[in-house]
Design a binder for this molecule. Structure first.
Ligand SMILES: [Zn+2]
Length: 214
């Protein structure tokens, strides 16, 4: 499935606890890897208790988006592989690919310790975006790729990141008894963008001496 054959093995201790996690970098990635990217990957992993004790191979890609693969071998644990580009790497991208690994591991693979008590993460790209943003504000440093966002929100993502993350958390709760939670979420996101645009263009706001009067 992939050319993940002979990587050297680097022990990687998670800062937040002592359980071992093994990161392997492919030879190509080793050539490209920067100290910054390595630190970002290590930091991201501390937010994924589900991946504790697993070996993860990190490869290199030039593509705008990363990728994630679970490669199944006979009678052994699946091999977990993500590929990332190094230039302009974001926590959002790293988190998205790690979330794919958790999606792939699914239920009943020692998938414990998830934040918010998540038992499993449904498969799908939009689902991956939602669960990645919800996991931690760290992963909100860039706009998600697959979730439908109004243009203004992509252009001014930092202004909206926190609110969108809250909506994602609410959507995940809603999913328990509401099948159309993604449609709901994208509707709320649209409202959020419209609401703030109205606010910005409301002329009376420009003249109010004490906007926080009440
Ligand atoms: Zn994806």
């Amino acid at each position: 499935m992939t050319c993940a054959n002979h990587h050297s093995r680097l022990g990687f201790a998670m800062p937040s606890n002592s359980s071992a996690m093994f990161l392997r970098f492919t030879p190509l990635m080793k050539k490209r890897l920067t100290r910054r990217a390595q630190a970002m990957i290590g930091r991201s992993l501390t937010y994924f208790p589900e991946l504790q004790g697993k070996s993860i191979t990190v490869g290199y890609t030039r593509a705008h988006l990363g990728s994630a693969v679970l490669s199944y071998q006979r009678e052994s644990e699946p091999r977990l592989i993500i590929r990332l580009k190094v230039r302009k790497l974001t926590y959002q991208t790293i988190g998205h690919e790690l979330t794919h690994l958790v999606q792939g591991l699914g239920r009943g693979h020692g998938n414990t310790g998830s934040p918010f008590g998540w038992e499993s993460i449904p498969s799908g790209e939009k689902q991956c975006d939602i669960w990645t943003l919800a996991r931690d504000p760290l992963f909100c440093d860039d706009a998600p790729t697959y979730l439908r966002l109004p243009r203004v929100m992509r252009e001014q993502w930092p202004d909206y990141a926190e609110e969108v993350r809250k909506l994602c958390i609410t959507a995940i709760k809603k999913r328990e008894n509401f099948r159309l939670y993604i449609r709901w979420l994208e509707g709320e996101i649209r409202k959020l963008a419209k609401g703030s645009r109205r606010e910005q263009s409301a002329p009376e706001q420009l003249f109010l001496p004490f906007p926080d009067w009440e």
